[in-house]
Design a protein around this ligand. Structure first.
Ligand code: SAH
Length: 498
């Protein structure tokens, strides 16, 4: 308890506290030695503890009525000129019952909220490990969230505290496991109180877990190596050179995509994989989208050496390192996943685990910005003739255009590849009307984003570069100007005559 809390209790005439039915108030027991015989006590006892009630408004209705009655009881004291101290365990505005009184009374009576020490701080203190350091993100989660939601949040955060365990414990444990965080997870029960217990979450018997406990993922900066975190500090300090280092455990390669641009486009799974990797391998442009982390090694290269990069990543993993290979967009769309799997087919890398995580590909990002041009059947093609002859590209363009597919054209051009877009336009005009809508999307999600809708006949090759994707409409694709002046484009899901 803070000094200020003790002072306020001493000055108050009325001491109020919430408690569960049949239950003692934990807040009251913490404050017990400051409560005097001449204090008037107001025990605000919850009418329900589970979600079963015969109240006509259900659980919600029963609670609302309870809060209204409780607030009226406190208001009666306040109207009589008495000072009321409401006890709240931890901090009053942090998942506490007090806030229901606050919302009903604070606008009518002078109110002072005295901050308290939350279970989050208490748990970290009792574990004696840093909770969040530097730029780490700390996430606080109620264990009552759905398991999938917990998994996603745990996968994507650095540090975390999960509150409200008890019956939720098995689900929280499963979420820790599926997010790959179980080995780091700690358990703290009744922090700073009698009966306190701390330990590894994985070793905690679910049957023994009360509501009054939290799960903690402490800071991972400089954290000692756990069973699934086996690189040594010496490895991490070995610098960012091209040496492959040695790990002592089971390495793996995770192939991830950043989406088209910055962090908004990262999936929680990818964010987590990037954070827990020991080595990042990729084209420098994509690596730059990933925040620098202490202890993590970055191996940037230019975008022309895919197979070397893939082998380098596999070699690191074979020596026990956790490696993330970073692509833009989705790693399986004209990107590194294939290169890694191709290299992994070699005998030497047969046993190296490889996982591919999906990302938001440029076509989907661009389509969303323009409306829904990919709403019906479409084909994705790369216009780059670096890895396949132009004749093959031309044949496929003809076939896809003749099939009336919407086309997502990746790699339409670059500084050294300037004629492909013009050729493609001529070829497509053999099948499509001149005013077929084309979405010309550049740097989607990035600082230079531009998304324009042009006519196929007006498609200007000089408007296209390496960071551009083209979405060419089918015969059915429509453009409409909305009330705000914006044009949107979509391809109907229904074909005429159906
Ligand atoms: N794996 C990536 C594609 C790599 S090929 C993905 O799934 O998106 C590279 C091409 O992707 C670029 O030439 C361009 O056509 C497209 N592209 C990638 N990011 C883009 C962005 N932010 N805006 C527009 N096009 C993009």
């Amino acid at each position: 308890m803070t000094v200020r809390a003790v002072e306020v209790i001493a000055e108050a005439e009325v001491i109020a506290y919430h408690s569960a039915r049949h239950g003692r108030s934990i807040a009251r027991s913490i404050a017990a030695r400051h409560i005097r015989a001449d204090h008037i006590e107001e025990a605000l006892v919850y009418p329900v503890t589970t979600e079963t009630t015969d109240h006509p408004g259900g659980y919600r209705g029963a609670l609302d009525e309870f809060y209204a009655v409780a607030a009226a009881r406190l208001a009666a004291h306040l109207d009589a000129g008495r000072t009321v101290a409401v006890l709240a365990e931890g901090d009053p505005l942090f998942y506490g019952s007090y806030m229901h009184m606050h919302k009903r009374l604070a606008d009518r009576y002078p109110t002072e909220v005295i901050p308290g020490v939350t279970s989050v701080s208490a748990a970290a203190a009792r574990l004696g490990t840093p909770l969040a350091e530097g730029e780490e993100v700390l996430t606080i989660l109620p264990g009552t969230l759905p398991e999938e939601e917990l998994t996603a949040r745990l996968a994507s955060t650095d540090a975390a505290v999960v509150m409200k365990l008890g019956r939720t414990f098995p689900r929280v444990r499963r979420a820790m496991e599926s997010s790959g965080r179980l080995a780091e997870a700690r358990y703290v029960e009744r922090a700073t109180m009698a009966g306190e217990r701390t330990g590894r979450l994985a070793d905690t018997d679910p049957e023994s877990v009360p509501y009054f406990s939290v799960a903690v993922l402490p800071s991972r900066i400089g954290a000692p190596a756990g069973p699934d975190h086996t690189a040594t500090a010496a490895d991490a300090d070995a610098g960012s050179g091209s040496d492959t280092g040695t790990g002592t455990g089971t390495g793996e390669v995770v192939v991830v995509g950043t989406g088209p641009a910055g962090p908004l486009w990262l999936t929680p799974e990818t964010r987590g994989a990037l954070a827990s990797a020991e080595d990042l391998v990729g084209y420098t442009t994509y690596l730059e989208r990933v925040p620098v982390r202490p202890g993590q090694r970055r191996h940037g290269s230019d975008n022309k050496v895919e197979s070397e990069r893939a082998e380098f990543a596999l070699e690191l993993a074979r020596r026990g390192r956790r490696v993330a290979v970073v692509s833009g967009g989705d790693p399986g769309v004209f990107a590194m996943a294939t290169a890694v799997l191709e290299a992994a087919a070699q005998e030497a890398y047969r046993e190296v685990p490889v996982r591919v995580l999906p990302g938001v590909t440029a076509a989907n990002a661009a389509a969303a910005k323009a409306g829904a041009p990919l709403g019906h059947d479409y084909a994705a093609l790369s216009l780059s003739d670096r890895l396949k002859p132009w004749e093959v590209i031309a044949e496929r363009l003809h076939a896809a255009a003749a099939a009336d597919l919407v086309l997502a054209l990746y790699n339409p051009g670059s500084r050294s590849r300037t004629w492909q877009v013009g050729k493609a336009r001529e070829l497509l005009l053999e099948h499509r009307a001149p005013d077929t809508p084309v979405v010309l999307a550049r740097d989607v999600g990035g600082p230079e984003e531009s998304v324009r809708i042009v006519r196929l006949a007006d498609l200007d090759p000089s408007a296209v570069d390496m960071r551009t994707i083209l979405l060419v409409g089918s015969s059915q694709t429509r453009v409409v100007r909305r009330g705000d002046g914006q044009e949107v484009v979509w391809t109907p899901r229904r074909y005429p005559e159906t």
